[in-house]
Design a binder for this molecule. Structure first.
Ligand SMILES: [Zn+2]
Ligand SMILES: [Zn+2]
Length: 587
Protein backbone atom coordinates (compact mmCIF):
# COMPACT_ATOMS: atom_id res chain seq x y z
CA UNK A 1 0.00 0.00 0.00
CA UNK A 2 1.37 3.40 -0.96
CA UNK A 3 0.91 6.02 1.68
CA UNK A 4 0.57 9.47 0.26
CA UNK A 5 -0.02 12.32 2.64
CA UNK A 6 -0.76 15.37 0.56
CA UNK A 7 -0.48 18.09 3.14
CA UNK A 8 -0.70 18.89 6.78
CA UNK A 9 -4.22 19.62 7.80
CA UNK A 10 -4.89 23.00 9.22
CA UNK A 11 -7.98 24.16 11.06
CA UNK A 12 -9.88 27.32 10.40
CA UNK A 13 -10.48 30.05 12.91
CA UNK A 14 -9.97 31.62 16.29
CA UNK A 15 -8.05 29.29 18.56
CA UNK A 16 -7.63 27.03 15.55
CA UNK A 17 -4.78 27.60 13.13
CA UNK A 18 -5.18 29.80 10.02
CA UNK A 19 -6.99 28.62 6.92
CA UNK A 20 -4.91 26.53 4.48
CA UNK A 21 -3.44 28.67 1.74
CA UNK A 22 -2.77 25.91 -0.72
CA UNK A 23 -5.82 24.71 -2.62
CA UNK A 24 -5.13 21.40 -4.33
CA UNK A 25 -8.63 20.35 -5.31
CA UNK A 26 -12.12 20.58 -3.92
CA UNK A 27 -13.50 17.14 -3.18
CA UNK A 28 -17.09 16.59 -4.30
CA UNK A 29 -19.59 15.61 -1.60
CA UNK A 30 -20.61 12.35 -3.30
CA UNK A 31 -18.37 9.45 -4.28
CA UNK A 32 -19.02 7.10 -7.17
CA UNK A 33 -18.90 3.28 -7.14
CA UNK A 34 -15.44 1.87 -6.36
CA UNK A 35 -14.05 5.29 -5.40
CA UNK A 36 -13.04 4.21 -1.93
CA UNK A 37 -13.77 5.00 1.70
CA UNK A 38 -13.86 8.58 2.93
CA UNK A 39 -14.03 9.86 6.48
CA UNK A 40 -14.88 13.55 6.80
CA UNK A 41 -15.26 15.26 10.16
CA UNK A 42 -17.57 18.29 9.99
CA UNK A 43 -17.32 18.85 13.74
CA UNK A 44 -15.45 17.54 16.78
CA UNK A 45 -11.95 17.34 15.24
CA UNK A 46 -10.07 20.48 16.24
CA UNK A 47 -12.54 21.33 19.02
CA UNK A 48 -14.34 19.61 21.88
CA UNK A 49 -18.03 19.51 21.02
CA UNK A 50 -20.42 19.23 18.04
CA UNK A 51 -19.17 15.85 16.85
CA UNK A 52 -20.28 14.90 13.38
CA UNK A 53 -18.44 12.71 10.87
CA UNK A 54 -19.44 11.69 7.36
CA UNK A 55 -18.53 8.11 6.37
CA UNK A 56 -18.71 7.24 2.70
CA UNK A 57 -18.12 3.82 1.23
CA UNK A 58 -18.24 4.31 -2.54
CA UNK A 59 -21.63 5.87 -3.25
CA UNK A 60 -23.17 5.00 0.16
CA UNK A 61 -23.31 7.79 2.71
CA UNK A 62 -23.57 7.60 6.50
CA UNK A 63 -23.17 10.12 9.30
CA UNK A 64 -21.85 9.21 12.74
CA UNK A 65 -23.27 11.53 15.45
CA UNK A 66 -24.77 14.99 15.08
CA UNK A 67 -23.70 17.05 18.05
CA UNK A 68 -24.01 20.64 19.16
CA UNK A 69 -21.76 22.98 21.10
CA UNK A 70 -22.81 25.53 23.71
CA UNK A 71 -21.67 29.11 23.12
CA UNK A 72 -19.47 31.00 25.53
CA UNK A 73 -19.59 34.67 26.45
CA UNK A 74 -17.80 35.67 23.22
CA UNK A 75 -20.91 34.83 21.19
CA UNK A 76 -23.76 37.02 22.48
CA UNK A 77 -27.20 36.11 21.13
CA UNK A 78 -26.18 32.57 20.16
CA UNK A 79 -28.23 29.80 21.82
CA UNK A 80 -26.51 26.82 20.24
CA UNK A 81 -23.71 26.08 17.75
CA UNK A 82 -24.10 23.50 14.99
CA UNK A 83 -21.70 22.03 12.45
CA UNK A 84 -22.12 23.71 9.06
CA UNK A 85 -23.39 21.23 6.47
CA UNK A 86 -23.50 23.39 3.34
CA UNK A 87 -20.93 21.12 1.65
CA UNK A 88 -23.55 18.37 1.73
CA UNK A 89 -26.74 20.38 1.12
CA UNK A 90 -25.30 22.08 -1.95
CA UNK A 91 -24.50 18.78 -3.63
CA UNK A 92 -27.60 16.64 -3.27
CA UNK A 93 -26.11 14.40 -0.59
CA UNK A 94 -28.29 11.34 -0.03
CA UNK A 95 -27.92 9.81 3.42
CA UNK A 96 -28.54 6.11 4.11
CA UNK A 97 -28.54 6.26 7.92
CA UNK A 98 -27.63 8.22 11.04
CA UNK A 99 -25.33 6.14 13.26
CA UNK A 100 -25.38 7.52 16.80
CA UNK A 101 -22.87 6.49 19.47
CA UNK A 102 -24.54 7.94 22.60
CA UNK A 103 -26.90 10.56 23.96
CA UNK A 104 -24.64 13.42 25.06
CA UNK A 105 -25.49 16.83 23.60
CA UNK A 106 -22.18 16.99 21.73
CA UNK A 107 -23.35 13.88 19.83
CA UNK A 108 -27.11 14.38 19.36
CA UNK A 109 -27.78 18.08 20.10
CA UNK A 110 -27.79 19.25 16.46
CA UNK A 111 -30.24 16.59 15.21
CA UNK A 112 -33.38 18.78 15.50
CA UNK A 113 -31.74 21.26 13.13
CA UNK A 114 -29.81 18.99 10.76
CA UNK A 115 -31.89 15.79 10.60
CA UNK A 116 -34.65 17.46 8.48
CA UNK A 117 -32.04 18.24 5.80
CA UNK A 118 -31.09 14.55 5.54
CA UNK A 119 -34.02 12.43 6.69
CA UNK A 120 -32.83 8.82 7.10
CA UNK A 121 -33.27 6.09 9.73
CA UNK A 122 -31.62 6.92 13.07
CA UNK A 123 -29.72 4.08 14.76
CA UNK A 124 -29.02 4.30 18.47
CA UNK A 125 -29.10 2.39 21.74
CA UNK A 126 -32.32 2.37 23.75
CA UNK A 127 -31.47 5.25 26.07
CA UNK A 128 -29.98 7.33 23.24
CA UNK A 129 -33.04 6.83 21.02
CA UNK A 130 -35.35 7.91 23.84
CA UNK A 131 -33.39 11.14 24.24
CA UNK A 132 -33.41 11.75 20.47
CA UNK A 133 -37.12 10.97 20.22
CA UNK A 134 -37.84 13.55 22.93
CA UNK A 135 -35.78 16.18 21.12
CA UNK A 136 -37.26 15.59 17.67
CA UNK A 137 -40.84 15.40 18.97
CA UNK A 138 -40.34 18.67 20.82
CA UNK A 139 -39.15 20.21 17.53
CA UNK A 140 -42.30 18.90 15.80
CA UNK A 141 -40.35 16.46 13.60
CA UNK A 142 -42.47 13.42 12.77
CA UNK A 143 -42.25 10.16 10.80
CA UNK A 144 -38.75 9.37 12.00
CA UNK A 145 -37.57 5.76 11.68
CA UNK A 146 -35.83 4.77 14.90
CA UNK A 147 -33.65 1.66 14.71
CA UNK A 148 -32.32 0.03 17.84
CA UNK A 149 -28.68 -1.01 18.19
CA UNK A 150 -28.24 -4.25 20.10
CA UNK A 151 -24.67 -4.29 21.46
CA UNK A 152 -22.49 -6.91 19.73
CA UNK A 153 -25.15 -7.62 17.09
CA UNK A 154 -23.94 -6.89 13.54
CA UNK A 155 -26.14 -4.79 11.28
CA UNK A 156 -25.60 -4.99 7.51
CA UNK A 157 -25.82 -1.69 5.60
CA UNK A 158 -25.10 -1.03 1.95
CA UNK A 159 -21.30 -1.07 1.61
CA UNK A 160 -20.57 -1.88 5.26
CA UNK A 161 -21.32 -4.07 8.26
CA UNK A 162 -21.44 -2.38 11.67
CA UNK A 163 -21.20 -3.99 15.08
CA UNK A 164 -21.87 -1.67 18.03
CA UNK A 165 -20.12 -2.53 21.31
CA UNK A 166 -20.49 -1.15 24.82
CA UNK A 167 -18.02 1.38 26.19
CA UNK A 168 -17.59 2.88 29.66
CA UNK A 169 -18.65 6.51 29.61
CA UNK A 170 -20.43 9.14 31.71
CA UNK A 171 -23.83 8.35 30.25
CA UNK A 172 -25.70 5.07 30.13
CA UNK A 173 -25.89 3.02 26.93
CA UNK A 174 -22.79 4.50 25.25
CA UNK A 175 -21.39 2.59 22.27
CA UNK A 176 -18.37 2.33 19.99
CA UNK A 177 -18.53 0.94 16.44
CA UNK A 178 -16.63 -1.76 14.56
CA UNK A 179 -17.24 -1.14 10.86
CA UNK A 180 -16.25 -3.67 8.19
CA UNK A 181 -15.81 -2.46 4.61
CA UNK A 182 -14.12 -3.79 1.49
CA UNK A 183 -11.42 -1.11 1.96
CA UNK A 184 -10.60 -2.28 5.47
CA UNK A 185 -12.10 -2.34 8.94
CA UNK A 186 -12.66 0.77 11.06
CA UNK A 187 -12.75 0.83 14.85
CA UNK A 188 -14.52 3.92 16.21
CA UNK A 189 -14.26 4.20 19.99
CA UNK A 190 -16.99 6.81 20.45
CA UNK A 191 -16.50 8.64 23.77
CA UNK A 192 -15.00 6.20 26.23
CA UNK A 193 -12.93 5.49 29.27
CA UNK A 194 -11.97 2.20 30.89
CA UNK A 195 -13.70 1.60 34.20
CA UNK A 196 -12.32 -1.43 36.03
CA UNK A 197 -15.31 -1.56 38.38
CA UNK A 198 -17.87 -0.36 35.88
CA UNK A 199 -21.55 0.41 36.35
CA UNK A 200 -21.96 -0.93 32.77
CA UNK A 201 -20.86 -4.43 33.92
CA UNK A 202 -18.27 -4.67 31.12
CA UNK A 203 -15.02 -2.93 30.20
CA UNK A 204 -14.30 -1.02 27.00
CA UNK A 205 -11.08 -2.82 26.02
CA UNK A 206 -12.55 -6.27 26.74
CA UNK A 207 -15.51 -5.45 24.50
CA UNK A 208 -13.20 -4.24 21.74
CA UNK A 209 -11.24 -7.47 21.96
CA UNK A 210 -14.45 -9.46 21.52
CA UNK A 211 -15.88 -7.37 18.71
CA UNK A 212 -12.79 -7.41 16.51
CA UNK A 213 -11.87 -11.05 17.19
CA UNK A 214 -9.10 -12.00 14.76
CA UNK A 215 -10.07 -9.33 12.21
CA UNK A 216 -7.45 -6.67 11.45
CA UNK A 217 -8.22 -3.02 12.25
CA UNK A 218 -7.21 -0.93 9.25
CA UNK A 219 -7.96 2.38 10.90
CA UNK A 220 -8.86 3.33 14.44
CA UNK A 221 -10.60 6.57 15.42
CA UNK A 222 -10.30 7.32 19.12
CA UNK A 223 -11.48 9.87 21.71
CA UNK A 224 -8.67 12.35 22.47
CA UNK A 225 -10.34 14.55 25.15
CA UNK A 226 -7.99 13.52 27.97
CA UNK A 227 -4.89 12.69 25.94
CA UNK A 228 -2.85 14.97 28.25
CA UNK A 229 -4.04 13.36 31.51
CA UNK A 230 -1.53 10.86 32.81
CA UNK A 231 -2.50 7.48 34.26
CA UNK A 232 -6.17 6.58 34.61
CA UNK A 233 -9.09 7.89 36.65
CA UNK A 234 -10.98 6.23 39.52
CA UNK A 235 -14.04 4.07 38.97
CA UNK A 236 -17.49 5.65 38.88
CA UNK A 237 -18.56 3.18 41.58
CA UNK A 238 -15.77 4.39 43.91
CA UNK A 239 -17.62 7.66 44.36
CA UNK A 240 -20.32 6.13 46.59
CA UNK A 241 -18.04 6.29 49.64
CA UNK A 242 -17.17 9.95 49.22
CA UNK A 243 -20.84 10.75 48.60
CA UNK A 244 -21.83 9.11 51.89
CA UNK A 245 -19.36 11.39 53.61
CA UNK A 246 -20.86 14.43 51.91
CA UNK A 247 -24.32 13.68 53.27
CA UNK A 248 -23.47 14.84 56.77
CA UNK A 249 -25.03 18.22 56.01
CA UNK A 250 -28.79 18.85 55.85
CA UNK A 251 -29.67 19.22 52.19
CA UNK A 252 -26.93 18.04 49.88
CA UNK A 253 -27.32 19.21 46.33
CA UNK A 254 -25.52 17.51 43.46
CA UNK A 255 -25.25 18.98 40.03
CA UNK A 256 -24.40 15.89 38.10
CA UNK A 257 -24.56 13.27 35.24
CA UNK A 258 -26.71 10.18 34.68
CA UNK A 259 -24.52 7.32 35.95
CA UNK A 260 -23.82 9.29 39.08
CA UNK A 261 -27.53 9.11 40.01
CA UNK A 262 -26.92 5.53 41.01
CA UNK A 263 -24.01 6.33 43.30
CA UNK A 264 -25.85 9.28 44.83
CA UNK A 265 -29.04 7.31 45.48
CA UNK A 266 -27.05 4.40 46.97
CA UNK A 267 -25.23 6.79 49.30
CA UNK A 268 -28.52 8.52 50.22
CA UNK A 269 -30.13 5.19 51.03
CA UNK A 270 -27.26 4.22 53.31
CA UNK A 271 -27.62 7.53 55.15
CA UNK A 272 -31.41 7.22 55.47
CA UNK A 273 -32.10 10.11 53.10
CA UNK A 274 -34.42 10.58 50.16
CA UNK A 275 -33.63 12.01 46.76
CA UNK A 276 -35.39 14.66 44.70
CA UNK A 277 -34.44 15.00 41.00
CA UNK A 278 -34.72 18.66 40.04
CA UNK A 279 -34.57 20.17 36.55
CA UNK A 280 -36.24 19.14 33.31
CA UNK A 281 -33.39 17.18 31.69
CA UNK A 282 -32.41 15.60 35.01
CA UNK A 283 -35.93 14.32 35.53
CA UNK A 284 -36.21 13.16 31.93
CA UNK A 285 -32.94 11.22 32.09
CA UNK A 286 -33.96 9.64 35.38
CA UNK A 287 -37.36 8.63 34.01
CA UNK A 288 -35.96 7.15 30.78
CA UNK A 289 -33.18 5.27 32.59
CA UNK A 290 -35.69 3.86 35.09
CA UNK A 291 -38.24 2.99 32.38
CA UNK A 292 -35.61 1.08 30.42
CA UNK A 293 -34.44 -0.71 33.55
CA UNK A 294 -30.94 0.75 33.15
CA UNK A 295 -31.12 2.34 36.60
CA UNK A 296 -32.81 0.12 39.11
CA UNK A 297 -33.66 2.69 41.75
CA UNK A 298 -36.33 1.85 44.26
CA UNK A 299 -39.25 4.24 43.95
CA UNK A 300 -39.52 4.86 47.71
CA UNK A 301 -36.12 6.61 47.79
CA UNK A 302 -37.14 9.13 45.16
CA UNK A 303 -39.46 12.01 46.09
CA UNK A 304 -41.89 13.76 43.76
CA UNK A 305 -42.29 17.55 43.91
CA UNK A 306 -45.57 17.16 45.83
CA UNK A 307 -43.90 14.96 48.44
CA UNK A 308 -41.30 17.67 49.05
CA UNK A 309 -43.76 19.91 50.88
CA UNK A 310 -43.15 19.58 54.60
CA UNK A 311 -40.41 16.95 54.10
CA UNK A 312 -37.64 17.37 56.72
CA UNK A 313 -34.65 19.14 55.19
CA UNK A 314 -32.20 17.02 57.13
CA UNK A 315 -33.36 13.93 55.22
CA UNK A 316 -33.15 15.42 51.74
CA UNK A 317 -30.72 15.08 48.82
CA UNK A 318 -31.37 17.14 45.70
CA UNK A 319 -29.85 16.05 42.40
CA UNK A 320 -30.17 18.87 39.93
CA UNK A 321 -29.21 20.30 36.57
CA UNK A 322 -26.87 23.25 36.35
CA UNK A 323 -23.38 21.87 36.89
CA UNK A 324 -22.18 24.24 34.14
CA UNK A 325 -23.86 27.32 35.64
CA UNK A 326 -26.81 27.29 33.21
CA UNK A 327 -29.19 30.18 33.87
CA UNK A 328 -32.54 28.35 34.05
CA UNK A 329 -31.25 25.18 35.70
CA UNK A 330 -32.34 23.62 38.98
CA UNK A 331 -29.07 24.70 40.63
CA UNK A 332 -29.62 28.28 39.55
CA UNK A 333 -33.17 28.31 40.94
CA UNK A 334 -31.94 26.94 44.26
CA UNK A 335 -29.13 29.49 44.40
CA UNK A 336 -31.38 32.45 43.67
CA UNK A 337 -34.22 31.21 45.89
CA UNK A 338 -36.86 30.96 43.16
CA UNK A 339 -37.72 27.35 44.03
CA UNK A 340 -40.02 27.63 47.02
CA UNK A 341 -40.08 24.00 48.12
CA UNK A 342 -36.39 23.94 49.05
CA UNK A 343 -34.62 26.91 50.62
CA UNK A 344 -30.92 26.46 51.24
CA UNK A 345 -28.96 27.95 54.14
CA UNK A 346 -25.80 27.53 56.20
CA UNK A 347 -26.74 23.97 57.20
CA UNK A 348 -26.55 22.74 53.60
CA UNK A 349 -23.86 21.57 51.22
CA UNK A 350 -23.72 22.00 47.47
CA UNK A 351 -21.54 19.63 45.44
CA UNK A 352 -20.54 20.27 41.84
CA UNK A 353 -19.90 16.70 40.80
CA UNK A 354 -19.03 17.54 37.19
CA UNK A 355 -15.97 19.21 35.74
CA UNK A 356 -16.34 22.68 34.24
CA UNK A 357 -16.55 22.58 30.46
CA UNK A 358 -14.02 25.17 29.23
CA UNK A 359 -15.77 28.50 28.69
CA UNK A 360 -18.31 27.93 31.49
CA UNK A 361 -16.02 28.90 34.37
CA UNK A 362 -17.51 32.38 34.78
CA UNK A 363 -21.13 31.26 34.98
CA UNK A 364 -20.19 28.44 37.36
CA UNK A 365 -18.26 30.97 39.46
CA UNK A 366 -21.33 33.22 39.64
CA UNK A 367 -23.44 30.30 40.84
CA UNK A 368 -20.88 29.28 43.46
CA UNK A 369 -20.80 32.87 44.75
CA UNK A 370 -24.56 32.86 45.10
CA UNK A 371 -24.59 29.55 47.03
CA UNK A 372 -21.81 30.95 49.23
CA UNK A 373 -23.93 34.05 49.92
CA UNK A 374 -26.64 31.73 51.26
CA UNK A 375 -24.02 30.32 53.63
CA UNK A 376 -23.86 26.86 51.96
CA UNK A 377 -20.67 24.84 51.93
CA UNK A 378 -19.75 24.54 48.25
CA UNK A 379 -17.58 21.63 47.15
CA UNK A 380 -16.13 20.83 43.75
CA UNK A 381 -13.92 18.03 42.42
CA UNK A 382 -10.94 20.09 43.62
CA UNK A 383 -11.92 19.62 47.28
CA UNK A 384 -13.61 16.21 47.32
CA UNK A 385 -13.80 12.99 45.29
CA UNK A 386 -17.07 13.75 43.56
CA UNK A 387 -16.23 13.33 39.91
CA UNK A 388 -14.58 10.95 37.50
CA UNK A 389 -14.08 11.81 33.85
CA UNK A 390 -16.07 10.00 31.18
CA UNK A 391 -13.07 10.19 28.86
CA UNK A 392 -10.06 7.90 29.06
CA UNK A 393 -6.75 9.13 30.42
CA UNK A 394 -3.46 8.20 28.73
CA UNK A 395 -3.35 4.67 30.21
CA UNK A 396 -6.85 3.93 28.89
CA UNK A 397 -5.97 5.30 25.44
CA UNK A 398 -2.83 3.17 25.32
CA UNK A 399 -4.69 0.04 26.47
CA UNK A 400 -7.28 0.41 23.75
CA UNK A 401 -4.61 1.08 21.11
CA UNK A 402 -2.71 -2.04 22.21
CA UNK A 403 -5.92 -4.07 22.09
CA UNK A 404 -6.99 -2.94 18.62
CA UNK A 405 -3.48 -2.83 17.06
CA UNK A 406 -4.61 -0.57 14.21
CA UNK A 407 -2.57 -0.09 11.03
CA UNK A 408 -3.69 3.54 10.70
CA UNK A 409 -4.77 5.98 13.40
CA UNK A 410 -7.01 9.04 13.34
CA UNK A 411 -7.51 10.83 16.67
CA UNK A 412 -10.93 12.47 17.10
CA UNK A 413 -12.88 14.40 19.77
CA UNK A 414 -10.35 17.01 20.76
CA UNK A 415 -8.66 20.29 20.02
CA UNK A 416 -5.59 20.29 17.77
CA UNK A 417 -3.24 19.83 20.73
CA UNK A 418 -5.25 16.85 22.06
CA UNK A 419 -5.22 15.17 18.63
CA UNK A 420 -1.49 15.74 18.25
CA UNK A 421 -0.77 14.34 21.73
CA UNK A 422 -2.92 11.30 21.00
CA UNK A 423 -0.84 10.62 17.87
CA UNK A 424 2.27 10.70 20.05
CA UNK A 425 0.68 8.03 22.26
CA UNK A 426 -0.34 5.91 19.25
CA UNK A 427 3.21 5.82 17.95
CA UNK A 428 4.31 4.40 21.33
CA UNK A 429 2.10 1.38 20.68
CA UNK A 430 3.63 0.67 17.28
CA UNK A 431 1.53 2.68 14.83
CA UNK A 432 3.97 4.30 12.41
CA UNK A 433 3.93 8.10 12.38
CA UNK A 434 3.18 8.22 8.66
CA UNK A 435 0.06 6.13 9.33
CA UNK A 436 -1.24 8.65 11.90
CA UNK A 437 -3.60 11.15 10.31
CA UNK A 438 -4.38 14.45 11.96
CA UNK A 439 -7.64 15.25 10.20
CA UNK A 440 -9.41 18.38 11.39
CA UNK A 441 -12.87 19.64 10.45
CA UNK A 442 -12.86 20.74 6.86
CA UNK A 443 -10.50 18.00 5.71
CA UNK A 444 -11.03 14.37 4.86
CA UNK A 445 -9.25 11.06 4.94
CA UNK A 446 -9.59 9.08 1.71
CA UNK A 447 -8.73 5.40 1.69
CA UNK A 448 -8.67 3.20 -1.43
CA UNK A 449 -6.85 -0.02 -2.26
CA UNK A 450 -3.96 2.07 -3.60
CA UNK A 451 -3.56 4.95 -1.19
CA UNK A 452 -4.53 6.66 2.06
CA UNK A 453 -4.47 10.42 1.81
CA UNK A 454 -5.74 13.57 3.44
CA UNK A 455 -7.43 16.18 1.27
CA UNK A 456 -8.37 19.68 2.37
CA UNK A 457 -10.84 22.40 1.51
CA UNK A 458 -14.19 20.91 2.36
CA UNK A 459 -16.56 23.76 3.13
CA UNK A 460 -17.06 23.50 6.88
CA UNK A 461 -17.61 25.81 9.81
CA UNK A 462 -20.27 26.70 12.32
CA UNK A 463 -23.92 27.66 12.17
CA UNK A 464 -25.39 29.66 15.03
CA UNK A 465 -28.88 29.06 16.37
CA UNK A 466 -30.13 32.52 17.36
CA UNK A 467 -33.45 34.27 17.90
CA UNK A 468 -34.99 34.48 14.46
CA UNK A 469 -33.18 31.61 12.79
CA UNK A 470 -29.94 29.77 12.13
CA UNK A 471 -27.13 31.88 10.71
CA UNK A 472 -23.69 30.96 9.47
CA UNK A 473 -20.78 32.35 11.50
CA UNK A 474 -19.42 34.16 8.45
CA UNK A 475 -22.79 35.36 7.10
CA UNK A 476 -23.94 38.98 7.22
CA UNK A 477 -26.75 38.51 9.76
CA UNK A 478 -24.68 37.31 12.68
CA UNK A 479 -21.64 39.41 11.84
CA UNK A 480 -23.84 42.54 11.76
CA UNK A 481 -25.55 41.62 15.04
CA UNK A 482 -22.22 41.03 16.72
CA UNK A 483 -20.79 44.25 15.36
CA UNK A 484 -23.75 46.29 16.60
CA UNK A 485 -23.60 44.53 19.97
CA UNK A 486 -19.89 45.19 20.33
CA UNK A 487 -19.53 48.66 18.85
CA UNK A 488 -22.95 50.34 18.76
CA UNK A 489 -24.90 51.73 15.83
CA UNK A 490 -25.42 55.18 14.33
CA UNK A 491 -28.34 55.64 11.88
CA UNK A 492 -28.53 58.87 9.90
CA UNK A 493 -31.56 59.89 7.84
CA UNK A 494 -31.39 62.45 5.00
CA UNK A 495 -34.59 63.91 3.49
CA UNK A 496 -34.31 65.45 -0.01
CA UNK A 497 -36.67 67.97 -1.59
CA UNK A 498 -39.31 66.68 -4.02
CA UNK A 499 -36.97 67.26 -6.96
CA UNK A 500 -33.19 67.55 -7.23
CA UNK A 501 -30.71 66.65 -4.53
CA UNK A 502 -31.03 69.50 -2.05
CA UNK A 503 -31.92 68.54 1.49
CA UNK A 504 -35.40 69.49 2.70
CA UNK A 505 -34.40 69.60 6.37
CA UNK A 506 -31.51 68.90 8.70
CA UNK A 507 -30.46 65.22 8.78
CA UNK A 508 -31.56 63.27 11.88
CA UNK A 509 -29.43 60.90 13.96
CA UNK A 510 -30.41 57.78 15.88
CA UNK A 511 -27.69 56.61 18.26
CA UNK A 512 -27.55 53.15 19.83
CA UNK A 513 -24.61 52.81 22.17
CA UNK A 514 -21.99 55.05 20.52
CA UNK A 515 -20.24 57.56 22.81
CA UNK A 516 -20.82 60.65 20.67
CA UNK A 517 -21.80 64.30 21.06
CA UNK A 518 -24.71 63.98 18.65
CA UNK A 519 -25.55 67.67 18.31
CA UNK A 520 -21.99 68.55 17.43
CA UNK A 521 -21.72 65.70 14.99
CA UNK A 522 -25.10 66.51 13.38
CA UNK A 523 -23.79 69.95 12.45
CA UNK A 524 -21.31 68.38 10.03
CA UNK A 525 -23.75 65.99 8.33
CA UNK A 526 -24.97 68.33 5.59
CA UNK A 527 -21.35 68.89 4.59
CA UNK A 528 -20.70 65.14 4.34
CA UNK A 529 -23.86 64.83 2.25
CA UNK A 530 -22.63 67.55 -0.12
CA UNK A 531 -19.18 66.00 -0.43
CA UNK A 532 -20.61 62.56 -1.18
CA UNK A 533 -22.98 63.95 -3.78
CA UNK A 534 -20.17 65.90 -5.40
CA UNK A 535 -17.92 62.83 -5.50
CA UNK A 536 -20.57 60.78 -7.26
CA UNK A 537 -21.64 63.54 -9.70
CA UNK A 538 -18.01 64.02 -10.75
CA UNK A 539 -17.69 60.31 -11.32
CA UNK A 540 -20.78 60.38 -13.52
CA UNK A 541 -19.32 62.98 -15.86
CA UNK A 542 -16.22 60.86 -16.33
CA UNK A 543 -17.95 57.56 -16.64
CA UNK A 544 -21.56 57.85 -17.84
CA UNK A 545 -23.94 55.17 -16.66
CA UNK A 546 -27.38 54.23 -17.92
CA UNK A 547 -28.87 56.83 -15.57
CA UNK A 548 -26.76 59.51 -17.14
CA UNK A 549 -27.10 62.82 -15.34
CA UNK A 550 -28.81 61.35 -12.28
CA UNK A 551 -27.15 60.02 -9.14
CA UNK A 552 -27.92 56.47 -8.13
CA UNK A 553 -29.37 56.75 -4.60
CA UNK A 554 -27.97 53.40 -3.49
CA UNK A 555 -24.48 54.51 -4.54
CA UNK A 556 -25.03 57.82 -2.76
CA UNK A 557 -26.08 56.04 0.44
CA UNK A 558 -22.96 53.89 0.35
CA UNK A 559 -20.69 56.88 -0.32
CA UNK A 560 -22.24 58.80 2.60
CA UNK A 561 -21.95 55.73 4.84
CA UNK A 562 -18.24 55.40 4.11
CA UNK A 563 -17.56 59.10 4.65
CA UNK A 564 -19.59 59.07 7.88
CA UNK A 565 -17.69 56.07 9.14
CA UNK A 566 -14.39 57.82 8.50
CA UNK A 567 -15.60 61.02 10.18
CA UNK A 568 -16.93 59.08 13.16
CA UNK A 569 -13.73 57.09 13.55
CA UNK A 570 -11.79 60.34 13.91
CA UNK A 571 -14.10 61.35 16.79
CA UNK A 572 -14.49 58.07 18.69
CA UNK A 573 -11.23 56.32 17.72
CA UNK A 574 -12.88 53.09 16.60
CA UNK A 575 -15.20 51.84 13.84
CA UNK A 576 -18.88 51.53 14.77
CA UNK A 577 -21.80 50.30 12.63
CA UNK A 578 -23.29 53.03 10.46
CA UNK A 579 -26.60 52.91 8.58
CA UNK A 580 -27.83 55.60 6.18
CA UNK A 581 -31.32 56.16 4.80
CA UNK A 582 -32.31 58.71 2.14
CA UNK A 583 -35.93 59.64 1.51
CA UNK A 584 -37.64 62.31 -0.57
CA UNK A 585 -40.39 64.71 0.50
CA UNK A 586 -43.72 63.47 -0.81
CA UNK A 587 -42.50 59.95 -1.70
ZN1 LIG B 1 -20.04 11.74 25.66
ZN1 LIG C 1 -18.51 13.75 23.41
Amino acid sequence: MIIKKTEKIIARRDERSPKPQQIKRKPMANLGPNEGLRITPLGGCGEIGMNMTVFQIDNHNYIVDCGALFPDATLPGVDLILPEVSWLTQQNFQLEAWLITHGHEDHIGALPHIYPKFPAPIYGSEFTLELIRGKLEEAGIKNVQYKLWIPDKTVAFRGLKLTPYRVNHSIVDALGFFIETKYGNILHTGDFRIDYNPPEQSMTHENIKTVIGQKPVHIMMSDSTNSFSKGSDKSENDLVHSFEDLMRKDVTTFASNVWRYKSIVEAAQKCGKKVFFFGRSMLKNYEIATKLGILKLTRDVVLSEDELKGFPKSKLVVVCTGSQGEVFSGASRLAFGTFHNVKLDANDAVVFSARAIPGNEKSIGALINQFTRLGCEVLTSKEVDCHVSGHGYQEDLLTVLRTAKPRHFMPVHGEYRHLKKHIELATKTGVSLENCHLVENGSLLHITDEFTEIATQIQSGRDYVCQGGVFNESGDVYKTRLNVAKHGLICVNFVMKERGYDLACSPSILNRGVPLDEQKFAAGLAKIYGQSLHALSTALVDKPTKQKGSVNLEALKEEIRLQLRRALEKKINYKCSVAVTISRVGS
